[in-house]
Write a protein that binds this ligand. Structure first.
Ligand SMILES: Nc1ncnc2c1ncn2[C@@H]1O[C@H](COP(=O)(O)OP(=O)(O)OP(=O)(O)O)[C@@H](O)[C@H]1O
Ligand SMILES: [Mg+2]
Length: 525
């Protein structure tokens, strides 16, 4: 990507104080330069060829129409079916052939913008390519630009020097707002659906749709409205759910409900304090005070001790939206576009800010980057580079909560200072924490913890992880039910005695993890 493209596509997102409502907090007017302004700048600065890789052709056309109107230049569009035509005008005779189209563009006098849909594929033709290059040369002296758009786009090397790629990206809340208003007005007029939402509600509605391409966002909105037959506060949540569904089918990034908070976690005191303290950095007062917004943590440690649970709880604590990046889905052998997919997922995460990005078992995605000879080593290496660059350069607003079961498999670059704010190590629970774990999980299953001998259970379960304690309770419930009696301390102790915890069966592995963590991580408890 050229430098131009990088500066053109960079932007800023404003972090918000954590909200407590189910809907995401409203982001204030973004500092981000709009696509509109970027395109106007490019046309004005005489860039002959601009490429936009996006499936959102209509949105491109809409933005270009606005830009053209503002610059008072005509917009021409071309497609292989319609040929070349001035916007809202009749097609020019015999221009559906790509070479003819370019020849015709050369004949059109004066400033203009030409939108060529799906044109990249025709540029492989030598004559088309040559003609385009000649045009580009002439265009440099005038305010004429050709915009080439396609869902997937690659220009031949000869043309790359004359072209600048711009990323349309996903629409911001500001860009969605007018379209949302149009849809509401439409539904009100054609379907008589009452509008019971004030302007701040409508603004929130646009915000809740951020993360989806425009077309898809509007489709989701229309479906939600039709299902509810009214536009009211309830629509805000309905739209969030629809967005989660839509993103789920995308595969890589899955927005998930905030389903855990620190009330569900026993122990891990230091980690909880850390997260609680960082919450103030996310408030406007904290920002004014000069608190650095946190970027992310890596949680590692013994299996079943609450790494994933703790990572999930961060979003609940802060009242942020949360999305999970599926590290396994990155290796899509059939599509073979893993880096692009990762890039897109990270971009999407940024759009959803403020949010927590949860990457569980991060080593699965990037581990083989460290070991050469692996068939996937090259790919992992590139994926890792993509992620590290993002971690380094990203704007604030996305907090990365990663877990790893085997941190020694992670490449050292990832662990370098500055990538994560902190690396936490979760060890087997202490006797006090085991007692708290029993209390917590008994209560979760509607049992009164006070009627159990918690100290006895905690002592008996020495070496047990939180997951193993939970399992003992589940197994105990089965036993009690089979014996037609209530769950008792004795039944639980018997279950514990009958279990070999991992800390016994895999004692060496656990010792190795501990040794590794001693010098490199902060104890979570
Ligand atoms: N500290 C804890 N507090 C409360 N529950 C816990 C704790 N540790 C484990 N659990 C229980 O065990 C389950 C499994 O824990 P979790 O998946 O978070 O562990 P993990 O460390 O990610 O394990 P793995 O290494 O297998 O991925 C949790 O859903 C929770 O019910
Ligand atoms: Mg886990």
């Amino acid at each position: 990507m050229s430098n131009d493209a990088k500066t053109v596509s960079s932007g800023q997102t404003v972090t918000q104080a954590p909200g407590t409502v189910a809907s995401a907090p409203v982001t204030p007017a973004p500092l981000r330069q709009s696509k509109h302004d970027e395109l106007r700048l490019l046309v004005n600065s005489r860039h002959p060829i601009i490429t936009i890789e996006t499936p959102e052709e209509e949105r491109v056309e809409q933005v270009l129409l606005e830009v053209a109107a503002e610059l008072a230049v005509p917009l021409y569009t071309w497609s292989v079916t319609a040929g070349l035509a001035k916007a809202h005008g009749a097609p020019i005779y015999n221009t559906d052939n790509p070479e003819q189209a370019v020849a015709n563009i050369a004949l059109i006098q004066g400033d203009a913008i030409f939108l060529l849909k799906d044109f990249a594929r025709y540029c492989d033709n030598d004559r088309v390519c040559r003609r385009l290059r000649e045009l580009a040369e002439k265009f440099r002296a005038e305010r004429r630009s050709i915009v080439i758009t396609a869902a997937s786009l690659q220009l031949p090397p000869d043309l790359r020097g004359d072209s600048v790629p711009i990323q349309l990206g996903l629409p911001t809340a500001d860009e969605l707002l007018p379209v949302v208003k149009t849809v509401l007005a439409d539904m009100n007029r054609t379907q008589q659906i009452p509008l019971a939402l004030d302007i701040s509600g409508i603004t929130q509605l646009a915000q809740n749709l951020v993360g989806l391409p425009q077309e898809e966002a509007m489709r989701a909105l229309r479906m939600c409205i039709l299902a509810r037959r009214r536009v009211d506060v309830g629509l805000l949540d309905a739209v969030l759910d629809a967005k989660r569904d839509a993103l789920r089918s995308d595969g890589l990034l899955e927005t998930v409900r905030r389903d855990a908070s620190f009330a569900d976690v026993a122990g891990l005191r230091r980690l909880r304090d850390w997260i609680a303290k960082r919450k103030s950095a996310l408030t406007p007062e904290g920002r004014r005070f000069g608190l650095e917004p946190p970027k992310g943590i890596l949680i590692t440690g013994v299996q079943g001790c609450g790494k994933s649970l703790a990572a999930r709880s961060v979003a609940g604590e802060w009242g942020y939206e949360m999305a999970r990046l599926d590290a396994g889905a990155l290796y899509d052998k059939f599509i073979g576009e893993s880096e692009k997919k990762l890039q897109k997922a990270l971009e999407l995460a940024q759009k959803l800010a403020p949010m927590v990005l949860w990457i569980d078992e991060i080593e699965k995605a990037f581990a083989s980057a460290g070991s050469s000879g692996d068939a996937d080593a090259g790919l992992s290496q590139r994926l890792l580079a993509t992620l590290l660059t993002w971690m380094q350069d990203r704007e604030s607003g996305v907090f990365l909560a990663a877990t790893s079961n085997n941190i020694s498999a992670l490449p050292p670059e990832m662990l370098r200072k500055g990538r994560f704010d902190e690396i936490f190590f979760v060890d087997l629970p202490s006797v006090d924490v085991r007692s708290a774990l029993f209390a917590l999980h008994l209560k979760k299953r509607a049992r009164d913890a006070a009627s159990f001998d918690l100290p006895a259970l905690a002592t008996a379960s020495e070496g047990f992880s939180g997951a193993e304690i939970e399992q003992a309770i589940i197994a105990g419930l089965y036993t009690a039910f089979a014996q037609k009696q209530q769950l008792t301390t004795e039944i639980l102790v018997a279950e514990i005695r009958g279990t070999q915890p991992l800390s016994v069966t895999r004692a060496e592995d656990i010792q190795a993890i501990r040794d590794w963590a001693k010098t490199r991580a902060v104890p979570a408890d």
